[in-house]
Design a protein around this ligand. Sequence first.
Ligand SMILES: C[S@@+](CC[C@H](N)C(=O)[O-])C[C@H]1O[C@@H](n2cnc3c(N)ncnc32)[C@H](O)[C@@H]1O
Length: 289
Amino acid sequence: MGRVLTQAEGVATMGITEDKEFELTDKDFKYIQWYMHKSVGIFLSDRKRTMVYGRLSRQMRAQGVRRFTDYKEIIENSEAERINFINSLTTNKTEFFREMHHFEFLEGTALDQWKHQGNSSINIWSAGCSTGQEPYSIVSSLFISGAFEAFDTVNIFASDLDTSVLDHAKAGIYDEEAIETIPEQYLKSCFVKGRGQHKGKIKIKKGLQQQIIFNQLNLFDEWPKMPEYDLISCRNVMIYFDRETQIALLKRFHQALKPNGILFIGHSESAGPCSDIFHHLGHTIYVKQ
Ligand SMILES: C[S@@+](CC[C@H](N)C(=O)[O-])C[C@H]1O[C@@H](n2cnc3c(N)ncnc32)[C@H](O)[C@@H]1O
């Protein structure tokens, strides 16, 4: 009797069977795993193979190639396609006011702390902002809670690796369904309904949008010269990295924060491995030690 294939082996042969439109061999998949980890920190486990195949199919179809080896040659020679390749493998799920407790903390404890410290300015970074709902929720929270009157300057920096989601973030126009996740008080004061060609859409008010500086940034590249941050929000980003990469990033965030600076992370993430440098306040909120 033949040996029963393990699940991983079964999946591993999928890319090279006759009925598949594109060829993605074991060697190709290993290369993709290595490349994504080395260049952007993203760890693609063997279980992600079907997802990778699906996402790269679109890219390979657009380029008119059937084999990943041919696509690899394209990305090696075209910076634009290399960026498309990486963009296609990022996961960008987000929404307005996701993890509401962070915004409650920002409007209460964090603002009180910064006022008490006598800050004249506050600096906030949304790292891995995807299509922008996170920094727009932050700016709305700051507006509602009077931060723009309390401080001379409010700087909000928002960055993502993926250039296509960042273009969406900069435009700041969303389908009206987004309304469902925006609590009434923010919706009334911070957003406007689209008209004309933007009918059926919503947009953050221009004055608030202008408070945010959006920039493309791979968190594993050198960071531009930055102010020291009062708050870094890096939520649901580290989940795609392995432990070693998460620790390296947490250490860099630690350096980028002011004394007592605050770190928000995602609901299924933890800064536990860095408990010597981050004190956990609960609810995925940490303070620099
Ligand atoms: C799931 S989204 C999270 C969006 C938002 N922070 C939230 O919690 O709703 C993760 C984002 O992290 C970005 N990302 C992944 N690796 C990155 C890296 N090395 N540098 C910067 N951004 C990265 C992805 O492009 C994606 O938009």
